[in-house]
Design a protein around this ligand. Structure first.
Ligand SMILES: NC(=O)c1ccc[n+]([C@@H]2O[C@H](COP(=O)([O-])OP(=O)(O)OC[C@H]3O[C@@H](n4cnc5c(N)ncnc54)[C@H](OP(=O)(O)O)[C@@H]3O)[C@@H](O)[C@H]2O)c1
Length: 253
């Protein structure tokens, strides 16, 4: 059950080894969280995250194999997660890949894998989980989108399109679940210094995984449905979104 500040007692993470997930869990464990279900592909990183959660006060730290692209397993996965955890108050969706735009443009299968991971696979998993949350009558799904979802840039349009799909899906799902007790929170970070971006030079206004985690906790507490990290990205992306396409496509971004 959530506490009086909407902080969850039980959390399921899709992409349990993610740096943003681990930073968010650290902050949640310092509040009300005691049951943590870590789902992902790499058992070693899930075990590391589970050990950290236990050391920070989790009384129940469970790991479950999960592949976003394995859509045929998602109903079974949701059943296992909810059976093993009992109730789940919060679902944190941090699974995702950046891809390599330059090479993926010449490799349709790799580009399709970015879509299958970031968009269609997670859409399938979200539906499987939403059914369970509806049955228990409450729950929040926190979905990691990106500023890249707001307008696809030529240098990043494969990832951007995948996040645009996920972002729209999460908003639509939240609207469809209105009055069910189940909600969605869409998180749109700019550049975050994590292992996903460790090969890149930080972009202007880069933030840390801890910054994103703090923003997520604030968003949960204040009942937000969409948040930008840092908040200034909202204005920057609004300006970019409304630039005439003839100008936008010539920008070196
Ligand atoms: N870092 C940024 O600048 C940034 C900015 C905006 C949004 N985001 C989004 O924030 C989320 C978390 O990113 P992060 O920065 O924390 O990166 P990260 O540390 O690389 O985490 C991404 C996680 O996704 C998991 N994953 C990848 N493919 C998967 C699949 N098919 N099934 C299940 N899990 C899979 C990875 O696990 P394995 O590969 O070990 O399985 C990894 O744990 C992502 O959705 C990302 O797109 C990041």
């Amino acid at each position: 059950m959530n506490d009086a500040f909407a902080m969850p007692e039980s959390v399921l993470v899709l992409g349990g080894g993610s740096d943003i997930a681990r930073a968010t869990l650290r902050q949640l464990l310092a509040r009300n969280t005691r049951t943590v279900v870590l789902a992902g592909r790499d058992s070693a990183s899930l075990d590391g995250a589970a050990a950290e959660a236990a050391s920070l006060g989790a009384t129940n730290a469970i790991t479950i194999p999960f592949d976003a692209t394995g859509v045929e397993s998602h109903l079974r996965f949701a059943e296992e997660a909810f059976t093993r955890a009992g109730e789940i108050d919060l679902v944190l969706v941090t699974a995702g890949i950046l891809g390599d735009q330059e090479s993926d443009e010449r490799d349709p299968k790799a580009a399709a894998n970015v879509m299958a991971t970031n968009f269609t696979g997670l859409a399938s998993a979200l539906l499987a989980i939403a059914g369970r949350l509806q049955a228990q009558g409450h729950g929040l799904m926190v979905v990691l989108s990106s500023v890249a979802a707001e307008r696809a840039r030529k240098s990043n349009f494969i990832y951007g399109a995948s996040k645009a799909g996920l972002d729209a899906f999460a908003q639509g799902l939240g609207d469809a679940l209105l009055d069910s007790g189940v909600k969605t929170l869409v998180v749109r970070p700019g550049f975050v210094r994590t292992k996903m971006t460790s090969h890149m030079s930080p972009a202007p206004l880069a933030v840390s995984a801890d910054d994103v985690a703090s923003a997520i906790l604030r968003g949960i507490e204040t009942g937000k449905e969409i948040i930008w990290v840092p908040p200034t990205m909202r204005l920057i992306m609004a300006a970019l979104r409304h630039l005439p396409r003839s100008l936008f496509r010539r920008m070196p971004i």
